[in-house]
Ligand binder design. Structure first.
Ligand code: PA5
Length: 464
């Protein structure tokens, strides 16, 4: 069985010194709070932290597979209308499992996937100009059913569909994933006769990738969702122990909190060595930032907590960011994502044997070069006393992806305990949403609009 593994050698004080590295004694001392933190998270598994129950699958997953099977061959394009936790996992799974050229050339008759997680008119308008809606199945995903971006896209594409295929047939082109009871989408589903799936109770947006939120679009484009759940379940099993040195999620959570709170490293860089893994870094950035970035702790004190996630892609960003990472301020720590066995073998031809700058490459493979570049980065970071760990995927598969996603979710939930913040709300995101409602004239938000106008009047714009 392919197991995702963590190499944390270069986090240790033995590798990078005591100023930036964590000592064995400190890790030993972390064992007890880690135990307490895990128990707190586990105790809520059937309550408000039900992301922990998703790996078990069940009737919802069977129904999702049956629906995906029925749609086979019907649509050229699957279009996700969602944002944040209702989009990032969908894209990450797609780009990890499918060719980077999937949308251009298609793959074995599978539909393309477009994740339209923006309301930039140049994105949505271009899509409207170029893509015939009758070739699309639109998966509208919104837990709250009130996010302005997703709802406006729903209105736009519903209208485009009705104009193209008629009122009756348009319903065949929309499938909604939303709360089982709350929100405006649920009654619309009933009225219009749309197919629908639930965002389960007790599963927050950014923790929902392994529910119908992430798995429906995945199943529709041929990803083995049972494999994803199996991977998550296997990781769940590994993370049952409350022993820090055996539980990968506990170790990741402990290291993150030490890095920020004790080693003064507020920036957490995910360096994805694998083009296929680049959007996992985006997915994790949201999970980390929205969960831990909080003004208040759980006792209501102002703490302004939270790491700043940064995403980088190896080797591309070696030639743009590594200079800063190796020689800039000591305010970052690094998680490298590595793939041990890529799917493709590409050999470098032996040419120009008499030219030293090229001769050493001939006869080697791109996998060897890629690995040497990754190792080179690891070595450079370590020698410059920059804490770094490596999460290795033996192969990129549904099984290893499921392990990674679940491990990071559990790690962030545990981190919330270490930081003393509520990792499951997002008042900062809501603040932006509410301001936008006010500006757009949504009923009930008149007061907010007035406040914004008053603030603007008190501080007129300064422009050049
Ligand atoms: O993690 C979260 O809760 C957020 O990022 C949401 O996923 C995002 O704001 C979209 O919300 P909704 O699914 O309610 O439209």
């Amino acid at each position: 069985m392919d197991l995702v593994s963590i190499d944390w050698t270069n986090i240790s004080a033995d590798a990078i010194g005591t100023e930036h590295g964590i000592t064995e004694e400190r890790l030993q001392a972390l064992r007890s709070p880690s135990r307490v933190a895990l128990a707190a998270v586990r105790s809520r598994a059937e309550d408000d932290l039900r992301f922990q129950t998703l790996p078990a699958g069940g009737a919802w997953h069977d129904r999702l597979l049956a629906y995906a099977e029925e749609q086979k061959g019907r649509f050229e394009n699957i279009v996700v209308l969602g944002i944040g936790g209702s989009a990032l996992g969908n894209r990450a799974l797609h780009t990890a499992m499918h060719s980077p050229f999937h949308e251009m050339f298609g793959a074995h008759g599978l539909p393309r996937l477009f994740v339209l997680d923006n309301v930039d008119p140049d994105l949505v308008g271009e899509f409207l100009d170029r893509v015939d809606p009758s070739t699309c199945l639109f998966n509208v995903i919104s837990k709250s059913g009130s996010t302005a971006e997703t709802m406006s896209q729903f209105l736009i594409f519903r209208r485009a569909l009705i104009e193209r295929v008629g009122k009756e047939a348009h319903a065949e082109h929309i499938v909604v994933t939303t709360d089982a009871n709350a929100g405006v989408l649920r009654p619309i589903v009933q009225e219009e006769g749309y197919a629908s799936f639930d965002v389960p109770d007790g599963v927050g947006g950014r923790f929902s990738v392994l529910s119908a939120v992430g798995l429906l679009s995945s199943a529709l484009i041929g990803i083995d969702t049972s494999g994803l759940l199996k991977g998550a379940a296997d990781m769940d099993e590994r993370c049952k122990t409350d022993e820090l040195f055996e539980n990968p999620a506990l170790m990741l959570a402990g290291i993150q909190s030490c890095m920020q709170q004790e080693k003064n490293k507020p920036i957490a860089v995910t360096f994805a060595y694998g083009h296929r893994l680049r959007h996992l870094a985006d997915w994790y950035a949201q999970l980390l930032a929205e969960s831990i970035g909080k003004r208040l702790d759980r006792d209501g004190r102002e703490v302004f907590a939270g790491p700043t996630p940064v995403r980088a892609v190896g080797v591309t960003d070696q030639h743009s960011q590594s200079q800063l990472y190796v020689e800039g301020p000591h305010d970052k720590w690094f998680t490298l994502l590595a793939i041990e066995h890529p799917d493709h073998h590409v050999s470098i031809p032996k040419e120009y044997g008499d030219r030293d700058a090229l001769a050493y490459l001939g006869g080697r493979s791109l996998a060897e070069l890629f690995e040497a570049e990754r190792e080179g980065t690891r070595i450079a970071l370590t020698e410059a006393q920059r804490p770094n760990l490596t999460i290795s995927f033996p192969r990129v598969s549904e099984h290893t992806l499921g392990q990674y996603l679940y491990m990071m979710e559990l790690a962030v939930a545990v981190m919330g305990e270490h930081y003393g913040v509520d990792a499951f709300d997002q008042p900062g995101v809501e603040a932006g949403k509410i301001a936008a409602y006010g500006l757009m004239g949504r009923k009930g938000f008149e007061q907010r609009r007035g406040e914004i106008e008053a603030a603007r009047a008190a501080c007129p714009p300064r422009r050049l």
